[in-house]
Design a protein around this ligand. Sequence first.
Ligand code: FAD
Length: 474
Amino acid sequence: MSDIATRCWWLSEALAHPEFRGEPAPPLLGDTAADVVVVGGGYTGLWAAWQLRQLEPGIDVVVLERDECGFGPSGRNGGFINGFYDHAATLVDLFGRDGAVKVIEAGARTIDELEAWMTVHGVDAWFRREGYIGLASSPAQAGGWVEPLEVARELGIEDRYRVLDREALGAFVRSPVFEGGHHVDDGGTVQPARLARGLRRVAMEHGIRVHEHTPVTRLEPGRHGGMGPVEAVTPRGTVRAKHAVLAINAWAGGTKRFGSRIVPRASYIAITAPVPDRLADIGWTSGVSIYDYRSALRYLRTTPDGRIAMGVGGERGTWNGKVDDRFDFDERGTQHAVDAIHRFFPGFRDVPIEARWGGPIDVTSSHQPFTGTFAGDRIHYALGYTGNGVGPSHLMGKILAARILGRETDDTRLPLVDYEPRRFPPQPFRSLGAAIVNAATVRRDDALDATGRVDPVTDQLARMPRRMGYHLGP
Ligand SMILES: Cc1cc2nc3c(=O)[nH]c(=O)nc-3n(C[C@H](O)[C@H](O)[C@H](O)COP(=O)(O)OP(=O)(O)OC[C@H]3O[C@@H](n4cnc5c(N)ncnc54)[C@H](O)[C@@H]3O)c2cc1C
């Protein structure tokens, strides 16, 4: 098993079960033809393949994955399925009121559809739909619920939200540092690797051809003025197809076409040993998931056997925009997650940390995913989830499939389609800027949490992306 499958608790848990281990999917050896070739075997690629077979059962789809399906962020993430509710303000800015409502409604439908799909196909991914809480974990964060509520009112979706004072919050979870927050009732959690590997199993059972350990080294749009097939070239064979789907998430940050739209940043997770009694002590016995109002995201949830999984976002990047092994694990990054568990829940200081791992996030300047087509209508892509891809990748899979088959649906008319987030500055300013701003954002969060104050230089640096018109940072 690869390092990440051993390191990431979700993956090792899932792979211990034959239904999630699944049948082997050997590397591509030799050339082949297909109707559609999908590059990348995470949620986006597998959902696109699945939706294609749903819409047109005879269609021949080949998925090429450089590692194993779900070994990227799809099998390693926090498992939150939150739709777009907390992105409402940004969506209004980008697409206006109506556009924002349509995206939020599509996100909500996705949660229903995911739940139904898991039931129909017998994929037990520990789905719980008990909503999520945004909260203040220091006095400086208090009031973080005001803006989400105001925007929700503007959009007429405030019935989904409930403000929680300290006492009301205590009915969900108790911590000496929690100050109050807001609950959104429409959200869920999954065991992310079970979902990714369940999707792989179901896709293969339905005739989708999957080749793992098969990196695509070149994607050629097609000879003869674009009229010929798209060619996905791999070390030991080529797939020729009418259409290609590019579903490579943060790995697109290292490509010429998407390098200026995506900056890969790491997110790291730590998970405790099972301690259901300690969870009962802090009153966290429901399936509600949590994030706090820091600018650099921190998120936490529980598991059915009584663990806390805590994640931190906005961690390291790379100088060339390429994903490397340091995204899989970083001692310091994962320690930030452990420290946060201990600060929130001092009674957990002696609870063993059972695993730590990480993965790359494909950050866009708007914090929103985008999908489109190039090379005529030959190559279709969806990426840029910026850490919110578990639900939205299902929506993108539907859009990709419909567009490939030339069908227009409510989903293909969403404003996320053919939208391009604003470019980041060119290199080396992009990576340098991202590193400086990121470090300032974390310093600002830490200073505000500790003292309620921040020095003006750090504050200005952290606020720079907003001042430049990006929807990132404080
Ligand atoms: C630590 C962490 C926590 C997260 N938490 C959450 C969360 O709680 N909720 C949420 O909604 N989102 C979360 N996310 C984001 C979420 O995991 C992603 O948005 C989602 O998995 C994207 O799916 P994908 O299929 O587009 O990408 P991926 O899962 O990254 O799949 C892309 C695949 O492409 C493959 N690939 C790359 N290059 C090539 C190539 N040249 N040839 C062939 N294959 C290639 C990769 O190996 C990979 O398997 C988190 C991400 C991380 C890293």
